[in-house]
Design a protein around this ligand. Structure first.
Ligand SMILES: Nc1nc2c(ncn2[C@@H]2O[C@H](COP(=O)(O)OP(=O)(O)OP(=O)(O)O)[C@@H](O)[C@H]2O)c(=O)[nH]1
Ligand SMILES: [Mg+2]
Length: 306
């Protein structure tokens, strides 16, 4: 046809790549590695990511928009259901889907159900076996074969998001596979999360790292105030919402030592990210049943399941 665009050497490519997988597979770790900056929080606990976080990378002439999604698992609470729905929604919006599996866990647990669910998703899919620093090579090959049995993955990659091994090959593949087209975001943008929200997420990460049992899952952080000061520093006030008075006591710790430790870890990281001195003030408030409050879901970027 006459209006066919000529193949130009400098044609740009762009697209959305959704990372889906069981909780704790290393999706957020991988997004941070591929973007080259921390855009999504990471913890050793399950269900760390709660809503889709977009991290943007440029490789060769391609702009790759990674969608980090909440892990997929069998939901119990309302919040769980919203998270799992959001993850599948991310997959449906993507140009390409990356299924991330923890090689050590293999297909046990939620992975089987996700493979089943992927049969209804029609975009190109690739399989990424993560945490290869933890397993023997022959086990990896067996896992790759088993996962490829029911789903036609275009490619299988074996990587370690933690130490970066295999990540260059993965990026090269994505950059040449995404469709031709203009970039979606300005060249220097690495995330679509507003700073106030990223700051709340950083504090939530410290909470996940520090607190045990159910408490991290029953808490939620919001940035309430953000005040740039004349001396170049910033004053940030955040509230940690918990569901019960007993949880508030645990979050504060004896003599306030737990909240102090969380605050200073979060403040240190915020200073680094913002490249300015940070005065961080954390408050713990009880908000009963925040897990059933539509407003909280909106704040997190989730739909409220009825
Ligand atoms: N050994 C090893 N650990 C890894 C690797 N990638 C991630 N991890 C660890 O796995 C844990 C979970 O990582 P996350 O990135 O939070 O996992 P996720 O898939 O985003 O988890 P959810 O958001 O809860 O669904 C963290 O303790 C990471 O440090 C890897 O390549 N090797
Ligand atoms: Mg995550």
């Amino acid at each position: 046809m006459a209006n066919d665009a000529p193949e130009t050497a400098g044609a740009t490519r762009s697209g959305f790549v959704a990372l889906i997988g069981p909780t704790n597979a290393g999706k957020s770790t991988l997004v941070n590695r591929l973007v080259g900056a921390k855009v999504s929080i990471v913890s050793h606990k399950v269900q760390t990511t709660r809503a889709i976080v977009r991290g943007i990378a440029i490789h060769d002439n391609a702009q790759i928009v990674f969608m980090d999604t909440p892990g997929i698992f069998k939901p119990r609470r309302r919040l769980d259901r919203a998270m799992v729905t959001s993850a599948w929604g991310g997959a449906k919006d993507a140009d390409l889907i990356m299924l991330l599996i923890d090689s050590e866990r293999g297909l046990r647990g939620d992975a089987e159900a996700i493979l089943e669910g992927l049969k209804d998703v029609h975009q190109p899919k690739i399989l990424v076996l993560n945490k290869i620093d933890r397993v023997k090579r022959e086990d990896l090959l067996a896992l790759a074969a088993a996962a490829n049995q029911n789903i036609a993955f275009d490619q299988t990659f074996m990587i370690s998001a933690e130490n970066g091994s295999g990540c260059d090959d993965l990026m090269n593949y994505l950059a040449k596979t995404l469709p031709e087209g203009p970039w979606y975001y300005p060249e220097d943008q690495i995330s679509d999360l507003p700073m106030r929200q990223l700051a709340a997420e950083i504090t939530r990460e410290k909470l996940f790292l520090r607190l045990h049992q159910e408490l991290p899952y029953s808490s939620h952080v919001e940035t309430e105030k953000w005040e740039e000061r004349k001396d170049g520093s910033v004053r940030i006030e955040q509230v940690i919402y918990v569901e019960r008075d007993s949880q508030k006591k645990i979050a504060l710790g004896k003599g306030g030592e737990t909240i102090k430790a969380i605050s200073s870890a979060s403040r240190r990281e915020l200073c680094e990210i913002l490249e300015q001195p940070v005065h961080l003030f954390l408050f713990v408030k009880v908000r009963e049943n925040w897990g059933d409050d539509p407003e909280r879901f909106r704040e997190m970027g989730l739909d409220f399941p009825r």
